[in-house]
Write a protein that binds this ligand. Sequence first.
Ligand code: IMP
Ligand code: MG
Length: 184
Amino acid sequence: MLTPLPDDPRLGGRAVRRIVYDERTIARRVDELGAEITDYYPDGELLLLGLLKGSIIFFSDLIRRIRRPLQVDFLVAASYGDAMESSGTVSLVYDPETRLAGKHILVVEDIVDSGRTLDRLMGVLGTRGPRSLDVCALLHKHVPSSLPVPVRFVGFDAPHEFLVGYGLDHAENFRHLPYVASLV
Ligand code: IMP
Ligand code: MG
């Protein structure tokens, strides 16, 4: 957990404290998650819904590790703005056009913190008659006060720090880091 930070030009000199999950660690875990998801689903249509923008890199890696037919679409929910703490409001900015009824729906999220984003989303999606509705999150902070959203697949139990990289941002920066790092 205390991998020294490389001299990475992607950071532009910004203060990033340490690498929490390096590229190889993430790739190994994504492989495992892909296998778990492949085994979990019975026959039937499977639709993976990536929550933009944070899930983009995880999503694109994960779907290539799932060895069965599937379809993809995206959701946009805005909750954080530039702040490092959840503002408490979640709005659905883009709604998937694909029909959800009768399909296995797997929502793919970058990180679960307060659980508010997912709580709101699951409420909305649940009314659309999916055959099943589950969540796969790369990271889960397991905050004691968080809403009890059932997350069936979790990549890593994350430390209670502000994390960036591999899709996660701070004020839209750092999404392109190939590893997950902690901000100072
Ligand atoms: P929640 O609604 O509080 O669970 O927050 C979930 C959303 O907040 C995630 O989809 C992220 O976009 C963002 N978020 C939560 N924690 C972090 C973090 O440590 N780094 C970057 N984004 C975060
Ligand atoms: Mg975000």
